[in-house]
Design a protein around this ligand. Sequence first.
Ligand code: GLV
Length: 401
Amino acid sequence: MESRMTITCIKDLQRLARRRVPKMFYDYADSGSWTESTYRANESDFARIGLRQRVMVDMDNRSLATRMLGEEVSMPVALAPTGLTGMQHADGEMLAARAAANFGVPFTLSTMSICSIEDVAEVSSRPFWFQLYVMRDKDYISRLIDRAKAAQCSALVLTADLQIIGQRHKDLINGLSVPPRPTVATALNLATKWRWCAGMMRTQRRTFGNIAGHVKDADNLSSLSKWTASQFDPSLSWDDIKWIKDKWGGKLIIKGIMEPEDAEMAVRAGADAVIVSNHGGRQLDGAPSSISALPDIVSAVGSSTEVHMDGGIRSGQDVLKAVALGAKGVYIGRAFLYGLGAKGEQGVTQTLEIIQRELDTTLALCGLRDIHDVNHRVLREGTYPLAGSASLWASSTRSTE
Ligand code: GLV
């Protein structure tokens, strides 16, 4: 039965996704670590930032088009790398990559995806970006980088904040596994998700496509999950960036930067862009929201390096606020996963349309016509974090030492 629900905003897609996606995968996407305080702050800190309404200025012929890392984008928004996307909807990564390419924005494929690099390359009409988790097995990482090169990925996004995993209570309670383990609770829940089940029966892609068949001793589910749990490399350091950068040879984005000094280290290590990110509140609970961390990082490295951000973007207004605080582009994760879980490829397109419309309308009502003209002057003073607060803090701690 088609849903008769009128979709007006991302929250509507979220509600529909909650109905259609099995609980363990919906919860996987819609959760943060421990108390979820950082997860909540990502959204609520955006809501606190106010905008300045301007009137009687020519708002005709508006443009949101710009560039992220030298690539033309129809608006400064990319799809974030999200794990297990093909469990929100059958063939999820392929559908989302196609929707993003048709819309003119970058898609980033996660190492922990269900569809493989090669699957996505086959359907995407635009080069996509590949997100790399650095694992202990360096031969595997080296082959993975070769595969991303062969697929003509146009940027490598190295995630720096998941050397060990932040505990997400819901995943433990739900017994998250890929594919789902046949328990009574799971069977009862799946019985109410016929649409999802039908999609999964039609596809062969039900496990980690970038890993299965590419790693010795990891070709069945239990050894694969054991391998994954044991493989994230806790000893990863800035020294590792050099060989990865040399091996990759293309544009490198470092994701998971929350402090100006780490941003400076990333630039020194050769990053072409950094992503201000707390991993959607899924790693260090208690870390600040991404939007509050953004201004100091822009002030530290923004003149020489592109600064992007993710975390909490649920509307076009949020995109405008992040751009006003210095982001050259933002990533949406959950926002597109909700669209995907709700309606597959069409839902991802709808997510992008909603965000584009909201961004365009907000730009106009702030009295601007071109996304390049957005700066902190569109924001109401006192409602947003100021750049330089980190250096103020540093000098005050120094004076009390
Ligand atoms: C993986 O990227 C996760 O946050 O689960």
